[in-house]
Design a protein around this ligand. Structure first.
Ligand code: NAD
Length: 296
């Protein structure tokens, strides 16, 4: 069987083109543009790359961005006071604090300080709660939403399917399960969530019509762990040593792509699968925040 390779670069480009057109229409209508504040505390190199990508994407789509760089030593109080100011700033519609934060800062306290109406990462308990209640009218969790859009644009419905999600983190596994359980063509699935305490995990993945891997373990999902014709979505991003690249590293997912590509009916690569979708959906949430601020 030859699998469809789901191209996250192409699909994210089409999502971003729709967002750019919507931003232009909103700018015409209101005379102002959506604004996103991105806060980075500390000098984590991966976080610096993620923040630069988000700011660059804002520029490309006509969204105003405000990058706030804080020292590693910033106190929780100082950070929350900056968030309070942004909560009150009418030119800012979305606020995100890049994770991980320095060790003296509680991520939970930071998330709770963000006005739920500006919580474009969809991390605030008020927004997470809505999603878990099946109300998808507000912000949606960026990475799981990106997975849903990849499936939808590839013509793969989850309705009535058995979807096995690997991983139960607050940012991927759990909200992914919530989206899949919601009513509608991108939900209506029967969902199994496996995690580090699941015994005999392959006995679950072998029953799945769709497997979504988000564990953070390089090439964990092997060829003998899925049934023929299954769909496999790889959320993982892992840097592993590689003798043939200049940097000495390469990026791989949580799926053994080469072992699975011939067995599956559709599969996402890493890089170029789920990764570019996360930022695309963040931009869409920022537009939603702007529209909500205008009562739309
Ligand atoms: P996490 O470490 O917070 O959670 C990992 C989950 O995997 C946990 O719930 C744990 O129970 C489960 N797990 C760990 N070992 C397991 C095992 N042996 N068997 C079964 N389950 C096991 O990670 P996360 O933040 O959810 O991220 C998961 C992966 O997705 C990482 O590689 C991360 O880099 C990647 N990620 C990608 C994007 C993107 O935009 N593509 C976004 C977020 C995370």
């Amino acid at each position: 069987m030859s699998a469809i390779r789901i191209d996250g670069n192409e699909i994210s480009k089409s999502v971003n083109a729709e967002t750019a057109a919507e931003v232009e229409a909103l700018a015409q209508k209101y005379g102002v543009r959506p604004g996103l504040a991105v806060i980075l505390a500390g000098e984590n190199p991966a976080s610096q790359v993620y923040v630069s990508r988000k700011v660059k994407m804002c520029e490309e789509l006509g969204i105003v961005s405000k990058k706030i760089i804080l020292p590693e030593s910033v106190s929780q109080e100082e950070l929350i006071s900056i968030i309070d100011d942004l909560n009150k700033d009418d030119s800012i519609h979305g606020i995100l604090v890049q994770s991980p934060t320095p060790k003296q800062i509680s991520e939970k306290a930071v998330i709770n300080a963000i006005d739920p109406k500006k919580d474009v990462d969809c991390f605030h308990p008020a927004n997470v709660g809505k999603v878990f209640l099946g109300d998808l009218s507000g912000f949606l969790p960026c990475t799981p939403w990106g997975v849903s859009v990849l499936l939808e644009k590839s013509g793969i419905s989850t309705a009535g399917k058995h979807v096995v999600v690997l991983g139960r983190s607050a940012i991927v596994g759990r909200p992914m399960a919530a989206l899949l359980l919601a009513r509608g063509a991108n939900g209506d699935a029967t969902v199994t969530v496996c995690h580090s305490k699941t015994p005999d995990l392959p006995s679950f993945t072998r029953q799945a019509d769709i497997v979504i891997a988000a564990l953070g373990i390089p090439q964990f999902l092997k060829g003998d762990m899925v049934k023929d014709g299954a769909v496999v979505i790889d959320v993982g991003i892992n840097r592993i040593p590689c003798a043939t690249t200049k940097s000495g590293f390469k990026l791989v997912g949580d799926v053994d792509f080469d072992a699975l590509v011939e067995k599956t009916s559709a599969i996402t690569p890493v890089p170029g699968g789920v990764g570019p979708m996360t930022i695309a959906m963040l931009m869409k949430n920022t537009v939603r925040a702007f529209k909500m601020s205008k009562g739309e």
